[in-house]
Design a protein around this ligand. Sequence first.
Ligand SMILES: NC(=O)c1ccc[n+]([C@@H]2O[C@H](COP(=O)([O-])OP(=O)(O)OC[C@H]3O[C@@H](n4cnc5c(N)ncnc54)[C@H](OP(=O)(O)O)[C@@H]3O)[C@@H](O)[C@H]2O)c1
Length: 249
Amino acid sequence: MPRLQDKYALITGGTSGIGLETARQFLAEGATVAITGRSQTALSAAGRELGDSVLLLQSDAGDIAGQRTLAQRIAQQWPRLDVLYVNAGDVTHRPLQEWDESAYDRLMDINLKGPFFLVQSLLPLLANPSSVILCGSVSAHIGLPQSSAYAASKAGLLSLARTLSGELLARGIRVNGLSPGPTETAALGKLGLPPEEQDALRDQIRKRVPLGRLGRPWELAKAAVFLASDEASFVVGAELQVDGGVGRL
Ligand SMILES: NC(=O)c1ccc[n+]([C@@H]2O[C@H](COP(=O)([O-])OP(=O)(O)OC[C@H]3O[C@@H](n4cnc5c(N)ncnc54)[C@H](OP(=O)(O)O)[C@@H]3O)[C@@H](O)[C@H]2O)c1
């Protein structure tokens, strides 16, 4: 039997990379899926690929009031929510001296504050049992240059996974973190760095991976399927690092 049969699953940032691949695998495992993204064009393209059954919701993860609207839209369409995968993220990397307050606030809104209020807004809809997966990053554990604000936001999100796992357990909601290591997606082109610095950072990242290569989106999606499924019924407050060994070796 498919592992996500009869489950309603929302994936934020589902139009590309890990989120899109996870949507594919969730569907293959029998879930009913909704994805978000900021771009209507990207959402429509993802919808053409994933099929008509997928709910396409234009929503910016950094729009705090918009998180409540997103929850309301889900509640209008679905009787409950069984899986929430908070995957959308701002991956901007830059030297400390180049950050200004508005860029910092924007990143924190997308990566931490928005997810906080999304989980809060979805609480009435989250089923018992249900699974919430917060996408961290191995960057929360290593001192990668230029990752300061990003790594701090992911460390905050992983902290939230632990505290909410305790707080929401009585409601049957399992909260866990899923931390990718360097993964081959469009995100590597969105770091906000000039091309020559981007290449240097990529080399630096690759050298840090004990497995000697970048991860592939399907490898992250498999982990998300596991955490979303009832196979992970005893997994609570964990951080699953899918990172080729970067954070541990
Ligand atoms: N790739 C890596 O090496 C790596 C490593 C560690 C952690 N991660 C984390 O993994 C997650 C997915 O990254 P990815 O590599 O798959 O990136 P990606 O290919 O760039 O995909 C990001 C997705 O999120 C959406 N998104 C971005 N900002 C958004 C916002 N403010 N509101 C709503 N949707 C938004 C994007 O669509 P739109 O831009 O159209 O909105 C897209 O669908 C992120 O949280 C990232 O931090 C990635």
